[in-house]
Design a protein around this ligand. Structure first.
Ligand code: ADP
Ligand code: MG
Length: 725
C-alpha cells in the first residue's frame, strides 16, 4: 500500500493516527511493502548525499515518495529527428555529439552566451544558452547529448535557444534514448540520468509492494489501470496512451482521497460544538472601525458582517475569504481577530513567508495595539530569547494575537485559549498544515484568505464545506494600474523613465528573471542585477535588494528601508509576490515577464496600485509563441484577477497536452492539478460521496484498503472529532 504522505505530521497536538476514528493502516507487512516506507537513502543508487538532495529539494523522504514523484512530462525519444530534418519553429528532440563549445560576452550587455555545435552526421545544430556558464563545463567536445527545444533556422544556421539537454553515456541508451523517457523536475546535483536510473531501480525493487486499494468497480467505470501498472507507466510508458491512462489513475486516486478527507472533516465538524464562546465585543469593534483612517467599503462591511455572525454561532466558523490583491483583506482579518480577543480568546494568523508574516505583524500591531491588544510575532528566524518569550506569551495567554509562519504549527507551540485561526494566502498551505493549526485549539473558528480567484465549485471541492465570502470591490481612490509590454531592447528607455519616477518621489520594484531550478541561483541573480543597476543607470539612486536567501534581520532591514522610503528601487525575486504593501511604490518592472505564469504576474503587479498615485507596470518580454503573446496581452488588457484566471485557463487548454505542468501551489497535491483536472475532480467528488453514504467511517471490509490509503496519505490531518490528546 502506498504511503504518499509528504507534509510531516505535526509533532504536537495532532498525533499521527486518525485517533478516534476507525481508519488505520491495513495489513501490508510483507517485505516489499516495508520497503516502500523506508527512507529513500536505502533505495538502490541513493546514498546519504543524494538522499539529502532528494529530501531537501524535492520533498522525497521515502521510497514511496520517490515512486509518486511523477515526471514533469515525458519526451518521446523513440522518434528522434535527424538534424537535417528538423523544422523551423517546431519543438524537436535530436541526439548528437558536441563538436565545439564556445563562451563569449557581447560588448554592451552583461551577458554570457554559451554556444555549442552538435552533429549527428546529417547536419550541425547550434544550441545557445544565456548566463549558464556551467554548461560549458558539462558539454565538452566529444560528449554525446540529447537536446530538446524549439528550432530556428536562421541565415542558413540551425539553432535551438536554451534547449533542455542531457549528456548521455555509452551503454546507457536503453533507459535514456530510443524510448519515451521521463523528464523530472530539475534540481542541481541530480541529473535527469541519475533520477531516471534511481526511479527505474526503485520500480524494480519496490513497485511489487504497492497494494491496489481502488475498488475494481471504480477502476472499470473510469477505465483506469491497476496501481502497480499505473506507477510504472507514469514513469516509463511504452506509448503516450499508456502514459495518459497512468496519470489519470494517479490523478483520480489523489483527488478521491482528498474528497474523502474533506467530506469526513465536514461530517465531523457538523457534529462538534465550538470549543470557546466569546464574550461581547460589539462596542470594541465599532470603536475600531470608527478609528480607521478610511471608511470600509461596502464589500468589506458585508464580509465582516458574515464573519461576525459566524463567530456568534454554536458551531465553529469555516470560511474562505476571496478578494483580489489590494481589496483590503487585512482589515477584515483584524476585525475578526479583535472580535475574538475582545471576547476573551486568542487569535492566530499564519502566513506563508517570513516577510509576509513580518508585514502582517506590523500592520496588525498598528491596528490592534491602540485597541489594547498584545500582538506577538512567531517565525523560524527569531533569536532564542525572542522565541521563548513569544512561546510563553502564546501559552500563558499574554498574547492576544500571534502572527507567524508554519513555525506556528510546530511542536512546542501551545495556546492558552485559541479561538480563531486565520490563514493568509491560503493556497500556499496544504490540507494537513491547515488542520494542524486548527488542532492547536479546540474546534476554533477558521478564516482562510486567498487572492487566487477560483470558481466556487472548485473552492468547495478543494476546501470542503467552506462558506465563501467575496470582496468584490476595491477601496476607492485608487487609480487603476496601467500595464505595458515592452521588448528587451527598450530597457534603457524604461530605466530612464524609472529614474524620472524616482526623482518625482515614487518608489519602484524591479523583479528579476525567474530561475526555477534553484533558490540559490535566483538569489545570486537578484544581487547581481541590483549591483549592476546601482553601479550604472541608478548610480545616484538608492537601490535595495530582497530575495529568499537573506537572513531574517537582513530582510527586515530591506523591508523597513522600503517602507520608510529609504530604498527607492527594490530589486527583488518573487518573494515580493504575496502581500507586500507599500502605497508609495507605484512602479513595477518585471524582467523576462514571459517566463512567469499569468496568476503570478497578477500577484506581482498587485504590489503597486496601492496608493492614490497612478501606478504603472512594465512587462519586459518578447514572447515568441502565440500563447506567450496572448498571455502578456491579457495582462495589458485587464487588472481583474478573475478574468485573468479565466484567461489562464483558456490558454493552458490549448497548450500542448503533455507539456510542462505549471506550478500550482495547492498544498500537497502532487499529481493532480485542480484547474487542469477539473473533470476528474467532479468524478472524485461524486464517488467519494457515494462511498461514504452507506459507510461514513469506511468500516466495511471492502472499504478497509481505502481507509488505509487515506490514513497513509493524510495522516497529519485528523478529522475533527478526534480530540487533542
Ligand atoms: P489585500 O486584500 O491584498 O491583502 P490589504 O489588506 O493589504 O489588501 O490592503 C491594501 C491596502 O488598502 C492597504 O494599504 C490598506 O490599508 C488599504 N485599505 C484597506 N481597506 C481600505 C478602505 N476601505 N479604504 C481605503 N484603503 C483601504
Ligand atoms: Mg494580503
Amino acid at each position: 500500500m502506498a504511503n504518499i504522505r509528504r507534509d510531516p505530521p505535526p509533532r504536537d497536538g495532532a498525533p499521527r493516527a486518525l485517533a478516534a476514528v476507525p481508519v488505520r493502516p491495513c495489513d501490508d507487512t510483507g517485505p516489499a511493502a516495508a520497503g516502500l516506507t523506508s527512507a529513500v537513502q536505502y533505495a538502490r543508487g541513493v546514498g546519504p548525499a543524494r538522499a539529502r538532495l532528494l529530501e531537501d529539494r524535492l520533498g522525497i523522504a521515502t521510497v514511496s515518495d520517490l515512486l509518486y514523484r511523477l515526471p514533469r512530462r515525458v519526451e518521446d525519444r523513440s522518434r528522434l529527428r535527424r538534424i537535417y530534418d528538423v523544422a523551423h519553429g517546431a519543438l524537436e528532440t535530436v541526439q548528437g555529439t558536441v563538436v565545439r563549445i564556445r563562451q563569449f560576452r557581447p560588448r554592451r550587455r552583461r551577458l554570457v552566451i554559451i554556444k555549442a555545435a552538435v552533429t549527428d552526421g546529417s547536419g550541425i545544430l547550434h544550441a545557445v544558452w544565456y548566463n549558464q556558464p556551467y554548461i560549458a563545463r558539462q558539454l565538452t567536445p566529444g560528449t554525446r547529448v540529447v537536446l530538446h527545444g524549439r528550432v530556428q533556422r536562421q541565415a542558413g544556421e540551425i539553432q535551438m535557444a536554451a534547449p533542455e539537454f542531457e549528456a548521455i553515456e555509452e551503454g546507457e541508451e536503453s533507459l535514456h534514448v530510443g524510448r519515451i523517457v521521463p523528464v523530472y523536475p530539475g534540481t542541481e546535483g541530480l541529473s535527469q540520468r541519475v533520477m531516471r536510473s534511481i526511479v527505474a531501480r526503485a520500480l524494480d525493487d519496490h513497485a511489487g509492494g504497492l497494494r491496489e486499494w481502488l475498488p475494481a468497480e471504480l477502476r472499470d467505470r473510469h477505465r483506469l489501470p491497476e496501481l502497480r501498472r499505473a506507477i510504472r507507466q507514469a514513469h516509463f510508458p511504452e506509448t503516450l496512451e499508456e502514459y495518459r491512462a497512468a496519470r489519470n489513475r494517479l490523478v483520480y486516486e489523489e483527488l478521491l482521497l482528498l474528497q474523502l478527507l474533506l467530506l469526513r472533516q465536514k461530517a465531523a465538524r457538523a457534529a462538534s460544538p465550538r470549543g470557546l464562546r466569546y464574550g461581547d465585543a460589539r462596542e470594541l469593534v465599532a470603536r475600531f472601525h470608527g478609528a480607521l483612517p478610511y471608511t470600509l467599503t461596502g464589500a468589506q462591511y458585508r464580509v465582516i458582517t458574515e464573519i461576525l455572525r459566524d463567530m456568534d454561532r454554536p458551531h465553529p466558523m469555516n470560511r474562505l475569504l476571496q478578494g483580489d490583491v489590494g481589496s483590503g483583506k487585512t482589515v477584515v482579518a483584524a476585525t475578526a481577530l479583535l472580535r475574538c480577543a475582545g471576547g476573551g480568546a486568542q487569535g492566530a494568523l499564519m502566513a506563508p513567508t517570513e516577510i509576509l508574516a513580518g508585514q502582517h505583524y506590523l500592520t496588525l500591531r498598528n491596528l490592534l495595539a491602540p485597541m489594547g491588544l498584545t500582538v506577538t510575532l512567531l517565525v523560524g528566524g527569531l533569536s532564542r530569547a525572542a522565541r521563548d518569550e513569544a512561546l510563553g506569551a502564546a501559552r500563558e495567554g499574554r498574547a492576544d494575537v500571534v502572527v507567524g509562519t508554519h513555525a506556528l504549527i510546530e511542536g512546542g507551540v501551545e495556546f492558552h485559549r485559541l479561538g480563531l485561526v486565520v490563514v493568509d494566502e491560503q493556497h500556499r498551505f496544504g490540507v494537513s498544515q491547515r488542520a494542524a493549526l486548527r488542532y492547536k485549539g479546540e474546534h476554533p473558528d477558521v478564516l482562510v484568505m486567498t487572492a487566487t480567484p477560483i470558481p466556487r465549485t472548485l473552492a468547495l471541492s478543494l476546501y470542503g464545506d467552506l462558506d465563501v465570502s467575496i470582496l468584490d470591490e476595491l477601496p476607492p481612490g485608487r487609480s487603476p494600474i496601467q500595464t505595458y509590454v515592452r521588448a528587451p531592447a527598450q530597457r534603457p528607455r524604461i530605466y530612464q523613465w524609472v529614474r524620472g519616477e524616482v526623482a518625482a518621489g515614487r518608489q519602484a520594484y524591479i523583479v528579476c528573471p525567474l530561475i526555477e531550478e534553484s533558490d540559490k541561483l535566483q538569489a545570486e541573480a537578484a544581487t547581481a542585477l541590483a549591483t549592476r543597476l546601482a553601479e550604472s543607470v541608478f548610480r545616484d539612486v538608492r537601490v535595495g535588494v530582497l530575495h529568499g536567501r537573506m537572513r531574517v534581520d537582513e530582510r527586515d532591514r530591506a523591508m523597513r528601508a522600503l517602507r520608510e522610503g529609504e530604498t527607492q528601487v527594490l530589486v527583488a525575486t518573487t518573494v515580493i509576490e504575496v502581500g507586500i504593501d507599500v502605497p508609495n511604490a507605484t512602479v513595477m518592472v518585471i524582467e523576462d515577464a514571459d517566463r512567469f505564469g499569468l496568476s503570478q504576474l497578477h500577484q506581482l503587479r498587485g504590489r503597486v496600485g496601492r496608493g492614490a498615485q497612478p501606478s504603472r507596470c512594465i512587462l519586459i518580454g518578447e514572447p515568441r509563441t502565440e500563447e506567450g503573446q496572448a498571455r502578456l496581452a491579457a495582462m495589458e488588457a485587464t487588472t481583474d484577477g478573475f478574468r485573468i484566471a479565466q484567461k489562464d485557463l483558456e490558454l493552458r487548454g490549448v497548450g500542448e497536452l503533455l507539456g510542462h505542468r505549471r506550478q500550482h501551489g495547492f498544498g500537497e497535491l502532487r499529481v493532480a492539478d485542480l484547474l487542469r483536472d477539473r473533470e476528474w475532480l467532479e468524478r472524485a467528488r461524486r464517488d467519494a460521496a457515494d462511498l461514504l453514504e452507506g459507510d461514513p467511517d469506511l468500516e466495511r471490509a471492502e472499504h478497509r484498503p481505502i481507509a488505509a490509503a487515506l490514513h497513509a496519505r493524510f495522516a497529519g490531518a485528523r478529522p475533527e472529532n478526534a480530540r487533542v490528546g
